[in-house]
Design a protein around this ligand. Structure first.
Ligand code: FNR
Length: 210
């Protein structure tokens, strides 16, 4: 049986502290196989009924990547219109994706039609399929950071449009579009906090006792 010592636990904590959502990427490419390795790690994640509902699409085609970037721009323009006054100014100043610079684009879907796992755990909570995929993305996020690779989650996208651009099966539900690459800088504070958009709150604020 594998045991983990205090040094490992301290370093693991540092990994949690220094994992970031990255929007500012260097343009140099990732080593061959880096994204595939991260996908393999993600596949070790928990999933409802061992259904492994995650589906990954490595987006290398230039025209598809450009179409995703165009969709992001359109959705981000719409999002800006939902804010007014000073908040709109702040939103406009945010950098909310590294799609143009990141060498890696990775789309992640949940397969809602798969029989893997024989439905265990999903009868009353079918949404556990999507939860399982999010768990895998979180594992990938941390595994990437441990290798010095940054990952940025982009959700300012139209899911139907992404479906069409990537031409994936209709039973796949779009979960995330991830930018992958080397970050320009490391930081232990969320970028949205640095930009004074929102601040990180302590666990006590989100914990009830009954
Ligand atoms: C489901 C989901 C969706 C998104 C995000 C995250 C998650 C979990 N985040 C990143 C988010 O803003 C970031 O995680 C928080 O600001 C906290 O920062 P750190 O991840 O700690 O750096 C994110 N960031 C961004 O710039 N554009 C985006 O579209 C999204 N979408």
């Amino acid at each position: 049986m594998v045991e983990f010592d205090d040094l490992f636990r301290r370093q693991l904590h540092e990994l949690f502290v220094w994992r970031r959502d990255v929007r500012r990427f260097r343009t140099d490419p990732l080593p061959d196989g880096a994204i595939e390795r991260l996908i393999e790690t993600a596949c070790l994640s928990p999933s409802v009924g061992l259904s492994q509902p995650w589906r990954f699409v490595i987006v290398a085609d230039g025209a598809r990547r450009r179409a995703v970037i165009d969709d992001f721009k359109a959705c981000n323009d719409d999002a800006l219109k939902s804010y007014a006054g000073e908040r709109a100014g702040r939103y406009a100043a945010l950098k909310l994706s590294g799609l143009e610079q990141a060498p890696g684009h990775l789309a992640v879907f949940a397969d809602k039609a798969s029989d893997i796992g024989h439905g265990l755990g999903r009868a009353t909570m079918p949404e556990t399929t999507e939860y399982s995929v999010v768990a895998a993305i979180t594992a990938m996020w941390l595994a990437a950071r441990a290798e010095g690779i940054g990952l940025g989650w982009v959700s300012i996208l139209n899911p139907d449009r992404i479906h069409t651009i990537l031409d994936v099966p209709s039973s796949w539900k779009f979960i995330a579009y991830l930018c992958v690459g080397y970050p320009e800088a490391a930081c232990d504070q969320p970028e949205l906090e640095q930009a004074k958009w929102e601040h990180r709150r302590g666990a006590e604020e989100f914990t009830l006792r009954r």
